[in-house]
Design a protein around this ligand. Structure first.
Ligand SMILES: *Cc1c(COP(=O)(O)O)cnc(C)c1O
Length: 363
């Protein structure tokens, strides 16, 4: 099979930034090499900048975004702990599943798909939860939810945010808002290949963590001996073999983002999203996510009546080497998902997907 160069405008992975792509071709470093450890520490520093946090314990976990979700729950909740989860899409549903597997008493607060999280309802769902969890950017529906009101009303609870699709695409200010734990994924707006889950936890959440979580691999206490807590120290201990090539690539991708400037990167995503939303409207297509809460980096489009959703995606892939996503759950066949993430948040990618969709729909 010849390797095709695809334009990845689905819900992730996105095409990496060139800096992150070439970093993958560098000679491999050992995971305890001082040069690598310095890159790891710098990567944590860079993650603190994009997360908008001073959290000492900020590190890339060695697995995809889902491991970030799992790490957040296994390290903070155990049997009988009350966890309130805002559910307005697939990833909120997954949080319910993961928290339940930890033995937590889960209180899901369901929302209609396509709508943002209603902070008032979430905060009223239980008087004293240990943890409240919400998805910042719901990739299944293309909806942005405001985390600040949840943080403002959380009281004694910890607040966990899924920032997989928001980080590097739209502003994330964890400390300003008051979010205690957050995770992301390398392959969405951070513009790096899949394989790492940026993760951060506040001192407040750290003090209330589970001492010996049921997951050995994702035990933050043990990981802290290698990264995060051990940053800059000579006393690093082996826990698992860090995927050094991937960390070097993430370091480069974050370097690119910070060099461009976080504000400029966010503005580029906002502009690309606006152009796409306008262009889709001109094609007579309807957007699925509630107006005023639409993500610029992930747009959900209602598939027009009588159009075979999968056939269109197949043609885009085969004819234009262009990937867009289908819907999920009940919306699998009725929604398309178009991502403009990281390096792909540019006017030329918007023009490409609009032209290809127009031609394909006309046929
Ligand atoms: C993609 C995604 C995840 C899961 O990340 P993986 O890298 O696929 O494991 C979790 N939450 C959200 C909001 C996502 O978009």
């Amino acid at each position: 099979m010849p390797l095709r160069a695809r334009t990845l405008l689905g819900p992730g992975p996105s095409n990496p930034y060139p800096e992150a792509q070439v970093a993958l071709a560098r000679p491999l470093l050992g995971h305890l090499d001082p040069v690598f450890l310095q890159i790891l520490d710098e990567t944590s520093d860079r993650l603190r900048q994009v997360f908008g946090t001073a959290n000492r314990r900020t590190l890339p976990l060695s697995a995809t975004g889902s491991a970030g979700m799992e790490a957040a729950f296994v390290n903070t909740v155990g049997p009988g702990d009350v966890v309130v989860v805002a559910v307005n899409g697939l990833f909120g549903q997954r949080m319910v599943d993961v928290a339940g597997r930890c033995g937590a008493e889960v209180v899901p607060v369901d929302h209609e798909w396509g709508q943002p999280v209603d902070a008032g309802r979430v905060l009223e769902a239980h008087p004293s939860p240990k943890l409240i969890a919400a998805v910042h950017a719901e990739t299944s529906t293309g909806v942005l939810s405001d985390l600040a009101p949840l943080a403002a009303g959380k009281g004694d609870a910890l607040l966990l945010a899924d920032c997989v699709t928001s980080l590097g695409g739209i502003p994330v200010e964890l400390d300003e808002w008051g979010v205690d734990l957050a995770y992301s994924g390398s392959q969405k707006c951070l513009g790096v290949a899949p394989g790492l889950a940026p993760f951060t936890i506040s001192d407040r959440a750290w003090e209330r963590r589970i001492e010996k979580p049921q997951s050995w691999y994702l035990d933050l206490g043990m990981l802290g001996g290698y990264a995060g807590e051990a940053a800059g120290s000579g006393g690093r201990t082996y826990h698992h073999t860090a995927p050094t090539g991937m960390v070097v690539s993430l370091h480069a991708g974050l370097g690119r983002i910070l060099e461009e400037g976080l504000d400029a990167v966010h503005a580029r995503h906002a502009e690309a999203g606006r152009l796409l939303h306008e262009g889709l409207a001109e094609l007579g297509l309807e957007l699925f996510a509630a107006e005023g809460h639409r993500l610029p980096e992930l747009t959900t489009v209602t598939v027009p009546e009588g159009v075979d959703s999968a056939a269109v995606r197949k043609e885009l892939l085969e004819r234009y080497d262009l990937e867009i996503g289908g819907g999920v759950g009940a919306y699998a066949a009725t929604v398309w998902r178009i991502g403009l993430m990281g390096a792909n948040a540019t006017p030329d990618k918007v023009a490409l997907v609009l032209a290809a969709l127009k031609e394909t729909l006309a046929r």
